[in-house]
Design a protein. Structure first.
Length: 95
């Protein structure tokens, strides 16, 4: 997905927003998997797993990447909303 493309028409922006919505839904659908991963890591740490430090580091790395993806997703949604408003303004100004 090209994150610099904000569309040059209302149809372009609507298409990009649909694709982005699909991506955001996919990202949100992974919430349960992330919760299960976190719970598993907690259990392993509680039980004193010999690789506890590695498990905790990996969990933190995965959480940081996911948080970054969620932040970028929100930023992209805002950009696309702004792009749609701009394209609607251009359309209305031309009428």
């Amino acid at each position: 997905m090209d994150f610099d493309d904000l569309g040059s028409t209302i149809d372009d922006v609507e298409s990009l927003r649909k694709r982005h919505e699909d991506f955001a839904n996919t990202l949100r659908s992974q919430d349960e998997k992330m919760k299960a991963l976190d719970e598993l890591a907690d259990r392993l740490l509680r039980e004193g797993h010999p690789d506890a430090a590695l498990i905790d580091a990996k969990r933190k790395e995965i959480k940081a990447r996911r948080d970054k993806a969620l932040q970028k997703c929100q930023e992209r949604e805002k950009q696309l909303q702004d792009a749609q408003a701009f394209q609607e303004f251009k359309r209305d100004a031309d009428e």
